[in-house]
Design a protein around this ligand. Sequence first.
Ligand SMILES: NC(=O)C1=CN([C@@H]2O[C@H](COP(=O)(O)OP(=O)(O)OC[C@H]3O[C@@H](n4cnc5c(N)ncnc54)[C@H](OP(=O)(O)O)[C@@H]3O)[C@@H](O)[C@H]2O)C=CC1
Ligand SMILES: O=C(OP(=O)(O)O)[C@H](O)COP(=O)(O)O
Length: 340
Amino acid sequence: MAVKVLINGYGSIGKRVADAVAKQDDMEVIGVTKTKPDFEAKLAVEKGYKLFAAIPERKGLFEEKGVEIEGTIFDVIEDADIVVDCAPGGIGKDNLENIYKKYKVKAILQGGEKAKFVEDSFNALWSYDRCYGKDYIRVVSCNTTGLCRTFYAVDSVTDIVKARVVLIRRGADPNDAKRGPINAIVPNPPTVPSHHGPDVVSVVPKFEGKILTSAVIVPTTLMHMHSLMIETTGTTRDAILDAIEKTPRVFTVSAEDGLNSTATIIEYARDLGRPRYDLWEIPIWEESVNVVDNEVFLMQAVHQESDVIPENIDCIRAMLQMEDDNMKSIEKTNKSLGIK
Ligand SMILES: NC(=O)C1=CN([C@@H]2O[C@H](COP(=O)(O)OP(=O)(O)OC[C@H]3O[C@@H](n4cnc5c(N)ncnc54)[C@H](OP(=O)(O)O)[C@@H]3O)[C@@H](O)[C@H]2O)C=CC1
Ligand SMILES: O=C(OP(=O)(O)O)[C@H](O)COP(=O)(O)O
């Protein structure tokens, strides 16, 4: 029987998680929530999702606008086997304390929440077993997910002694007219190291003290980009390329093929006919992969709106003990979504 999934927060991440859950033969979406009756709420109903008010006092707003609503989150939460919280960063922890724990329902939070509020942090390659059967888990952020996958590939062929990463973060998602910068490069966070190193360690504790990250924000909406420098005990370029080939959800792209920027990578995702031009995999520039004196260099991009989506699906399977082999869950999810 399909497990019942409630999506609390139907925004950039929530709508993608809902569509991915709907594609699984072992899961069903029992509802999605919004706080306001805008176009996303209307489209959710048109797509056939049952819509609920995330905040009970807002229910009247939907009725006033004629947007079909089934009730509030409190009318559906007891039917859920698990809630995937996709509310804006910082709100998930309040929902965890005020709703999910009170109703004793398992919940997944997203990367905008801190590690300390949950039992563990999830990446399908690294921490599936640890999260198996747990109640409250965080799927780490898009950037952290991208780093975890690439470190997995490198770690599969050599030992990582120390890694340094510079993250070039997109200024806003494409639908966001309020954030920036429009014409500046902003150290963000202004302090070094950034939170991404500790976030990777929350998934892979053996990397404690080994990952140092700094980040800037630039005026683009398409993707993030990372420049990785990974000191190892010894490896070769061919071994790293082979490891990338064997690791799920990462792949190489070549500037020679015209995939020489985030712009053409997104065009590639469009040409693949991906929903919302989502690129769930992490593209690594083949030409950037190099090994100098045991240090691995590479550059990769991250489609911030979509790389965490398959992770949420695998996290549901782990928490609800639906599949005990992480690689089998990854394979099932990949197949259902059409991941390379
Ligand atoms: N966008 C990204 O690139 C990524 C985001 N994340 C993380 O995912 C989470 C969600 O981000 P994102 O999808 O971008 O955010 P969005 O702002 O796009 O969507 C948030 C959704 O939550 C709803 N919402 C608002 N308040 C509440 C509430 N109190 N309870 C439940 N739902 C609420 C909003 O509804 P309404 O619009 O009706 O107000 C909206 O549907 C954050 O933790 C973020 O850090 C992780 C990876 C990448
Ligand atoms: O929510 C996200 O970006 P945002 O906090 O810039 O909106 C992405 O998950 C990236 O987050 P991160 O750069 O804190 O890993």
